[in-house]
Ligand binder design. Structure first.
Ligand SMILES: *Cc1c(COP(=O)(O)O)cnc(C)c1O
Length: 402
């Protein structure tokens, strides 16, 4: 029997006050002709059977979920309904629902961090909301008012505060998910949809310090292509990556290096953005990442690293195309200094080896400390971003959940 649930109109007044911005309540979602999301109308139903907290040392990424979830339903006729925080649990969807057949789904990934004062913080959540809308647009799923969704997420965090583990590297991972709930086998735009947010406590990506990974440069499979959807966080981009990932693993490498074209232009590594630090052909020290040409996922971590490194002003920072052939040549000439992936889950993942056309290219990472699992720039970026995320370094990027 399902647990009895307690209903109450959640702190209605407080929310009305805390979210009241001029014109916010009346403003419809951008692009939507009907009702927008209104955090002020949020309703909470608390679970009567809270789960025991998993000891933080035992957490495995994406395996544990908190007690509650946020859900907001949308219809073409009525727009967005009242946001609901409710006990975490299964969705009931018709087997014909188009999310199952045609992958009408997009998602986001961000984290809530507990700072030294015990306050919860989000990192640049406005970027995730903008990206969610960009993903939704390609699927013709409804747009959201990002500021209102962030207010709803903050309330979810207040309700599930005990699920945010404390300590550097620990956080509560948030997974906003937007799906079609349309029951039809016809391939056409959805007339009903749902946005939900589930949360999952997680530990450091590398619990024992950095652990550099090896990459297999896939010469057959392509993750994204011009005019495709590589720049949108659609579920449909991920299932097809599992075959190539399994193949890379069977060859003894940990992740796929995605490239495109005859010269094997670098794209991404696994589900992360890719950075290369080298002395380029002109002999200049340069941190380079592929440009946002529509095939690259615009990572919040990527954007933040570019802004940080440009602010340091110590080396060239570029968004431009680089081919695996150029990287191989740089490696042969001793000019390849660091390679790393970047994303919310890990912040940075150092790379120590790349397999390309029958050869392994080893990356020294930190020649002064051969046992080191990260190059000095990757390690510095990691430290700097963590200090901002955990509120140790004041920054406008860190949003306090008060
Ligand atoms: C989510 C994701 C990233 C990283 O984005 P962040 O906003 O930094 O977490 C990079 N590449 C792909 C393919 C992704 O799905």
């Amino acid at each position: 029997m399902p647990a009895m649930r307690r209903h109450y109109a959640l702190n209605g007044l407080r929310l009305l006050h805390s979210t009241a911005r001029p014109g916010a309540a009346a403003k419809p979602a951008p692009g939507g002709e009907h009702a927008g999301i209104r955090a002020a109308t949020l309703q909470t139903t608390l679970t009567d059977s809270p789960k025991p907290i998993v000891p933080k040392e035992k957490l495995v990424f994406g395996h544990t979920f908190s007690d509650h979830m946020l859900a907001i339903e949308w219809t073409a006729g009525g727009g967005w309904g009242r946001p609901q925080i409710k006990p975490y649990g299964p969705l009931q969807l018709d087997p014909s629902c188009s999310v199952f057949h045609y992958a009408f789904e997009c998602f986001e990934g961000l984290k809530a961090y507990r700072d030294a004062q015990g306050k919860l913080r989000l990192f640049r959540p406005d970027r995730n909301m903008a990206r969610l809308n960009n993903s939704a647009a390609r699927l013709h799923l409804p747009q959201v008012d990002g500021a209102e969704v962030i207010e709803c997420i903050k309330e979810l965090l207040r309700v599930d505060k005990r699920w945010v583990p404390e300590g550097q590297g620990y956080s509560l991972y948030l997974r906003p998910t937007l799906i079609s709930t349309e029951n039809t086998l016809g391939v056409h735009r959805a007339n009903s949809a749902m946005l939900y947010v589930i949360t999952s406590p997680c530990g450091p990506y590398f619990p024992t310090g950095f652990k550099a990974v090896s990459l297999y440069c896939d010469e057959t499979n392509v993750r994204a292509w011009p005019g495709g959807v590589g720049n949108r966080k659609l579920g449909a981009n991920y299932a097809p990556s599992i075959g190539p990932q399994a193949e890379a693993e069977s060859k003894g490498y940990q992740q796929v290096l995605w490239t495109i074209g005859e010269d094997h232009e670098l794209m991404e590594v696994g589900t992360m953005n890719l950075f290369v630090l080298w002395r380029n052909d002109a002999g200049e020290l340069e941190l380079v990442t592929p440009p946002l040409d529509g095939t690259i996922l615009p990572g919040v971590t990527r954007e933040s690293i570019l802004e940080l490194a440009r602010g340091w002003g110590e080396f060239a920072v570029s968004e431009r195309k680089v081919s695996m052939k150029q990287v191989a040549k740089a490696s042969n000439e001793g000019r390849l200094l660091e390679v790393f992936g970047a994303g919310t889950a890990c912040v940075v993942t150092p790379v120590h080896r790349i397999h390309f056309q029958g050869r392994d290219y080893d990356i020294p990472l930190d020649p002064a400390h051969p046992e080191s699992q990260a190059g000095p720039i990757a390690a510095r970026i990691y430290k700097t971003l963590l200090a901002i995320q955990y509120g140790d370094t004041p920054s406008k990027w860190s949003v306090v959940v008060d």
